[in-house]
Design a binder for this molecule. Structure first.
Ligand SMILES: Cc1cc2nc3c(=O)[nH]c(=O)nc-3n(C[C@H](O)[C@H](O)[C@H](O)COP(=O)(O)OP(=O)(O)OC[C@H]3O[C@@H](n4cnc5c(N)ncnc54)[C@H](O)[C@@H]3O)c2cc1C
Length: 752
């Protein structure tokens, strides 16, 4: 069986690299063919790469000065860098390197198990915001995902990160964390069992590290190894005391601070160590003084007399760990409390016994998690997690007693609410729920095309290449019905059913807001029951909702649009209200894709009753920019199951972003559609309009060069935005996140 580990494998510090090595070796010992997924996340790599300033500053004097410094005063950084990189190459079973989430998404992963952890992979501080790869959020849905000794770095979770944790943890099958103290915060984010497991370095034996260690040249001398994460005066005083009393020199090292002379008796700095050299220096030391978590761990593995002075930020994990193995006597926060190293007694046989118990628990966690089991994900009725409800109305409409109403929450999205007094517990709502229903997705047959309407007017009028209108016409001309989304008199985007092309024209044009589907599903059912042909056009989750409610019908055809997210109707409402107040006239149309400046850089066109029209580049418009950033989307969009080849509709229509890069003569910038045919019915739909199109076959890979391959990523800012929504002026609020417009405004001011 194969296992893949995703961790901070490229961080150049002993803890990170040795824990990655240790988990790899542990899994191998358990019989798994193991790889470390070599995610070289730029923001982590840059911290450690001495050459990071490279080409950018080639013409800059500071670049040359810093290079001279690097090759003279800071030469140790280069040696250290290569010590680590060599260690990675020699001791990690690495996959090829992947620098981005997209690159990770492009791989056809075929491991049986995926593990994230250990180390601070869930620390928003270390990873500069929570990053999907560290939650294994790049793998196919049915992958078995396990968190091993993942660490948050702190005990609390930023309130705006809670929804992110809810989503990520929902998708991890078995979770274990490293610090007991994080459990309370994580419990707010998941109902799943949270195990506590030990740092992987503790799963191996001293002999395993003996095989790695490189002894230092001074190994035959007695010395005190002082290993610090940062400058710590109290720790230095303790080390100095030991040095004086025992008449021993100090060997000082740190991954983050510069070499310096601190102690009266100090040997040459060992600042260029890699993991193997670190093990050698620690293993041969007479005493260790440290404020590093892994400094503590390896002192224990090598059974050294040692002193621990907690680091200000990470003290909790050291403290909890030492408490667990009954070793609190080595902890000193105040040098005045420290007497003599010989008085700090450590019973290593007791420590070993306790460690073995912890080790057994952790190995058991791995054994119980690393088994293949069929996944059944609970839906909204069972877990009440917003991310599992598409708001598709299928449950409401199917209820025979009318016990379900759809209720808008503070973000403006509707969720089902059951009236327990009316409900007869038939469970039809739960059975109809579209969440995690494989049978609602067409995954087998996909033929892919780039196309646009040969009718110039249609192409110009439509959002992309104008595929919807010819499709609609096909149905209308033959007495069928078309369902699509238009604005009502209050500028609410609503599904409507029509028999006329005039109405269909109102459907044309993307409305970047969650559309209201209330009451539509039963109306469609009635038409289908009356043997009418219906073409339903809309977003994939609404197509799935319709199919969940009605089942497959020969006279129902579905054309879904590719949709990267659905903005809150409440935000749109507020924005319209703001515009109406500001311009003292009713908004009567809001076009999101005016192509006067081209299809790739469309403008929004807002039309008022009094004749006024505003045209603004969509990326600068405050509302549209928020949509593009995924700031205002429904929670389920961040967890959307209808991505890439998982298609709900018979046919999928979208923008063929990037077509000009692969087909030069398609670069006229008037709009090109992506068409994905998902089943025989979809093929039938395409065959019926193909003579009205310019069309060429393409591949799935080409189709998704620029389009989204995965759901939009939820960022902390999204949740902060909704927290501020009721308090602030909507345009100012949206502007506060519109960095593009802010930058443009600054530039304008500068030139004025
Ligand atoms: C919210 C949203 C997000 C989208 N995201 C992407 C994306 O990430 N990538 C991509 O390639 N394409 C995306 N699209 C689709 C794209 O913008 C075009 O709608 C699609 O390519 C069809 O273009 P067309 O020229 O053939 O049709 P048009 O003639 O423009 O017809 C538009 C069609 O979209 C439907 N529609 C419009 N607004 C809504 C709505 N709010 N809810 C449901 N249905 C609606 C209409 O009923 C009609 O069928 C998105 C569309 C929407 C509404």
């Amino acid at each position: 069986m194969k296992a893949g580990i995703l961790t901070l494998n490229s961080a150049h510090n002993f803890g990170a690299s040795l824990q990655a090595y240790a988990l790899q070796k542990t899994l191998e010992n358990l019989g798994f063919e193991t790889k470390i997924i070599n995610y070289r996340y730029k923001k982590i790599d840059n911290v450690y790469n001495p050459y990071r300033r490279s080409k950018k500053g080639l013409l800059n004097i500071w670049f040359y000065l810093s290079r001279i410094k690097l090759h003279t005063l800071d030469k140790y950084k280069i040696t250290k860098y290569y010590n680590y990189e060599t260690f990675f190459k020699e001791y990690f079973n690495l996959t090829p390197p992947y620098k981005t989430l997209n690159q990770l998404m492009d791989v056809e992963w075929d491991y049986d198990f995926y593990l994230c952890g250990s180390d601070q992979i869930w620390s928003a501080h270390i990873t500069r915001g929570l990053q999907p790869p560290y939650f294994l959020d790049f793998l196919p849905e049915d992958s078995k995902k396990i968190a091993y000794a993942a660490s948050l770095g702190t005990d609390t979770i930023n309130e705006y990160d809670i929804p992110l944790f809810k989503q990520y943890l929902f998708n991890i099958d078995n979770i274990s964390i490293r610090e007991q103290s994080s459990i309370k915060s994580l419990k707010e984010c998941t109902d799943k069992t949270l195990d506590v497991t030990i740092d992987p370095t503790l799963l191996l034996e001293k002999e395993d590290y003996d095989e790695l260690k490189i002894d230092p040249s001074f190994k035959d001398k007695d010395y005190i190894f002082v290993y610090v994460i940062d400058r710590n005066e109290e720790l230095y005083k303790i080390a100095e005391k030991i040095s004086q009393e025992e008449n021993l020199p100090v060997v000082l090292s740190s991954p983050y601070i510069k070499p310096e002379k601190i102690f009266k008796k100090q040997m040459d700095p060992v600042w260029d160590m890699g993991p193997r050299e670190f093990l050698g220096v620690l293993a041969n030391a007479k005493y260790v003084v440290t404020n590093s978590f892994h400094g503590n761990i390896f002192s224990i593995i090598y059974q050294k007399p040692f002193i621990s002075a907690p680091h200000q930020v990470t003290s909790a994990r050291v403290l909890q760990f030492l408490e667990k193995i009954n070793l609190k006597q080595v902890l000193f926060t105040d040098s005045n409390e420290f007497g003599n190293i010989k008085d700090v007694k450590i019973d290593y046989s007791d420590v070993e016994r306790r460690l073995n118990d912890l080790k057994e628990e952790s190995i058991n966690f791995l054994k119980k998690s690393m088994v293949k089991d069929g996944k059944v994900k609970p839906n909204y009725f069972e877990n009440k997690l917003e991310l599992t409800c598409y708001g598709c109305y299928a449950c409401k409409e199917i209820c025979p007693n009318g016990a379900i109403s759809m209720v808008e929450d503070f973000e403006g999205f509707v969720y089902p609410q059951i009236d327990e007094e009316i409900c007869n517990n038939c469970d039809l709502c739960k059975k109809t729920c579209i969440f995690s229903k494989a049978e609602l997705k067409n995954t087998d047959m996909h033929s892919v095309y780039a196309a646009y309407s040969l009718n110039k007017e249609v192409r110009e009028f439509s959002s992309s290449g104008g595929i919807f209108l010819p499709l609609a016409q096909e149905f209308i001309e033959k007495g069928g019905y078309v369902v699509g989304v238009a604005y009502d008199e209050n500028m609410e985007a609503r599904y409507m059913i029509t028999e006329t092309m005039e109405e269909c024209k109102k459907f044309s044009g993307s409305k970047y807001v969650r559309s209201n589907i209330e009451g539509i599903l039963p109306e469609i059912k009635k038409l289908l029951d009356d043997s009418k042909k219906v073409l339903f056009t809309g977003i994939p989750c609404h197509v799935a909702g319709l199919k969940g409610y009605i089942g497959n019908r020969d006279n129902l055809f579905t054309a879904e649009i590719l949709c990267h997210s659905n903005p809150s109707p409440k935000v749109f409402r507020k924005y319209i209200q703001y515009l109406e107040e500001k311009f003292k006239s009713k908004v009567i149309d809001f076009k999101f894709k005016n192509k006067s400046k081209g299809w790739k850089s469309p403008s929004v066109e807002i039309i008022f009753e009094n004749g006024k029209t505003i045209i603004e580049n969509a990326k600068y418009n405050n509302y549209t920019r928020a949509f593009q950033m995924g700031l205002t989307a429904r929670p389920c969009c961040y967890n959307c199951e209808f991505v890439k080849e998982n298609r709900a509709g018979d046919i999928t229509i979208a923008d063929f972003w990037g077509i000009e890069k692969i087909e030069e003569d398609w670069a006229d910038d008037r709009g090109t559609s992506l068409i994905i045919v998902n089943n025989d019915k979809g093929q039938n739909l395409l065959d019926r309009i193909v003579d009205q199109l310019k069309i060429i076959p393409k591949t799935m890979e080409e189709a998704f060069i620029k389009n989204h391959k995965r759901p939009v990523i939820m960022r902390r800012e999204r949740n902060e935005f909704f927290d501020r929504l009721d308090e602030e002026n909507i345009d100012e609020l949206l502007y506060s996140y519109n960095l593009l417009k802010q930058r443009m405004d600054k530039r304008k001011k500068f030139f004025l």
